[in-house]
Write a protein that binds this ligand. Sequence first.
Ligand code: DGY
Length: 321
Amino acid sequence: MEKILVTRRIPEKFKQRLELMGEVEMWDHHLTPMPREAFLEAAVDKTILLVTLSENIDRTLLEQAPHLKIIANMAVGYDNIDLVEAEQRNVVISNTPHVLSETTAELGFALMMAASRRLSEAIDYVQDGKWESWGPYLLAGKDIYRSKVGIYGMGEIGRAFARRLKGFNADILYHNRSRNTKAEHELGAFYTSFETLVRESDFIVCTAPSTQETRNKFNKDVFKMMRNDAIFVNIGRGDIVVEEDLVEALQSGEIAGCALDVVRDEPIRMDHPLLTLPNAIVTPHIGSATVLTRDQMIQTCVLNIEDVVQGKPARNQVLAK
Ligand code: DGY
């Protein structure tokens, strides 16, 4: 009989599947994360956790919950988890790859289009009653068609993004830890150095995870290298960007705009300077947020948990490097 903790409200059908394996305690809230103290306390006797990105899985939690067999993370990213500490205690960690790649790429594309055509400014313009006449350069933006798009991070999401560019006749540059020959052959993407990608691209789209190598990668020096009409899109992780430097680049006109689905500290503070800039769009980390994909992410967590309960390796186990 397992003891399972689910740290956010999930649909009844998934809860019932978990109940076939044991006793389920669920934090019955959709938007409010479990307070840290309550989480630590609830985890003490559990053998299984199904968590979200909001939970910090660190040494304190792992020390306090000695019976854990698996922690299923409802995300493809796992920067909220100390993998080394988990591995030392033989706790399996699983994530939700594949099922969210197309959905996340789609949001990235929506952000790139919104920033290129200044959509949020245009909507505000109408709603604020400023629309008095047609003007030759009123809210004039930038074409994606025939532009150069630089993708930083050519994993599954990067490739799904590149595939969507085909109808736009765009040149696709990419930079990644390693060459992705599939993207090169299928999509005609060109591998370049990071510096070339940054200097030449009209649109720079970051899909990378948070790692030692990517953290703070987009900083003052990098924004300086970008074209003045460049637009920066981030659907990876917030800590890849030094936000003060991004704000400065947007204010000084070093770059033309940005669209971010992720920021360093989520949720963003309401007095964050990014929220005052007309050329910055921020959405609340909704890359994978379609009903179907969120269902599939929870389903993936359940499947990984079932694997471990049945004594099999979890199908989406992640390991410390
Ligand atoms: C992930 O899966 O890592 C996303 O950021 C959350 O959907």
